[in-house]
Write a protein that binds this ligand. Structure first.
Ligand code: IPM
Ligand code: MN
Length: 360
């Protein structure tokens, strides 16, 4: 199979972790006889430095011409004083909007070998397998107006939470479709006791659920969900929620199984191309030190193989290799626990590559 992959490393640890994932994809190509070509583009602070904007036109065209997109991370303290529209995060928000990537999938899976790295007790996290589906192109992230102003002589500020019903329908439908192939349960998270948008979200979830009679729909208020995630995370299968709630809850969900450094993600549109990125940030404090955890990016690359290219056994090959390497005790700093072998980003990458080549 021949595929063209756009690579947007971005800022901070972005370059290091993306490099790890590309080497892993090249190893897969070698082992399973595929041809992946990688074309680099700029996004975030790196794009601002090179082109004066966080998302240059050239990057948008590159993405649209590619079969899939692999992204690292954006942001850094260097850009904190820039006006909002030039900040690195805008690059990420704009690419999501440009490509209409409305459904962001963030899986949390239990790794036996990482039980010691989780802040929670093993009996709580054992067997967790949940998929968070976060709405990614609407809500308070994008609503207008968003501005500071003076009202009756008082300093004030507005952000707008705006959703079209169709935007709710398509992401909720996606969650139900995903649940059909999994545990057949959808938990829809909202704040329907306070927000009108959440009341419409809840009604929409009920309507969509009628298309999927075999799937159980449950509603949960977001504050309760935050608590349930650490109290009894095994109760969840597919979770679907709006943009901001999903942002917050997915960070929380990620540490259930060790570290944010393990949380992969796929962002889907109706027709592609889809974008794959780790859910963590650019970690400027550890950038360039060769200590970042590349596994979330590699797991995102595995999602690319499975979802965009339909290469199931290749995806599993990456996942199995990562499992083996963790079982063998190799850990980057974020996952380090007593008695384990501390490795750098490049050593971790080398371990995963050789596990792929040695794999069945
Ligand atoms: C994420 C990130 C982004 C978000 C930031 C960097 C804009 O936190 O992908 O979760 O809030 O969506
Ligand atoms: Mn986030």
């Amino acid at each position: 199979m021949e595929k063209k992959i756009a690579v947007l490393p971005g800022d901070g640890i972005g370059k290091e972790i993306v490099q790890g994932a590309i080497e892993v994809l090249q190893t897969i190509a070698e082992r399973f006889n595929h041809e992946f070509t990688f074309t680099y583009g700029e996004i975030g602070g790196a794009a601002y430095d090179a082109a004066g904007v966080p998302l240059p036109e050239a990057t948008i065209s590159l993405c649209k011409e590619s079969d899939a997109i692999l992204l690292g991370a954006v942001g850094g303290p260097k850009y904190d004083t820039l006006p909002v529209h030039l900040r690195p995060e805008q690059g990420l928000l704009q690419i999501r909007k440009e490509l209409n990537l409305f459904a962001n999938l963030r899986p949390t899976t239990y790794y036996e070998s990482l039980a010691d790295s989780s802040p929670l007790r093993k009996d709580i996290i054992e067997g967790v397998d949940l998929l968070m589906v976060r709405e990614l192109t609407g809500g308070i992230y994008f609503g207008q107006p968003r501005e500071r102003k003076v009202v009756d002589g008082k300093e004030a500020v507005v952000d707008t939470l705006y959703y079209e019903k169709a935007e709710m329908e398509r992401v909720i439908r996606k969650a139900f479709e995903l649940a059909s192939a999994r545990g057949k349960k959808v938990t829809s998270i909202d704040k329907a006791n306070v927000l009108e948008s959440s009341r419409v979200w809840r009604e929409t979830a009920i309507e969509i659920s009628k298309e999927f009679p075999e799937i159980t729909l449950e509603h949960m208020l977001v504050d309760n969900a935050a608590m349930q995630l650490v109290r009894n995370p095994r109760q969840f299968d597919v979770v679907v929620t709006e943009n901001m709630f999903g942002d917050i809850l997915s960070d929380e969900a990620s540490v259930l199984t060790g570290s944010l450094g393990m949380l992969s993600s796929a962002s889907l549109s109706e027709n592609g191309p889809f974008l794959y990125e780790p859910a963590h940030g650019s970690a400027p404090d550890i950038a360039g030190k060769n200590i970042a955890n590349p596994l979330a990016t590699m797991l995102s690359a595995a999602m690319m193989l499975r979802i965009s290219f339909g290469l199931e056994k290749e995806a599993e090959s990456i996942e199995n290799a990562i499992n083996e390497v963790l079982n063998a005790g190799y850990r980057t700093g974020d996952l380090m626990a007593e008695g384990k072998k501390s490795v750098s980003t490049t050593e971790m990458t080398a371990q995963v590559k050789s596990a792929i080549l040695a794999g069945k």
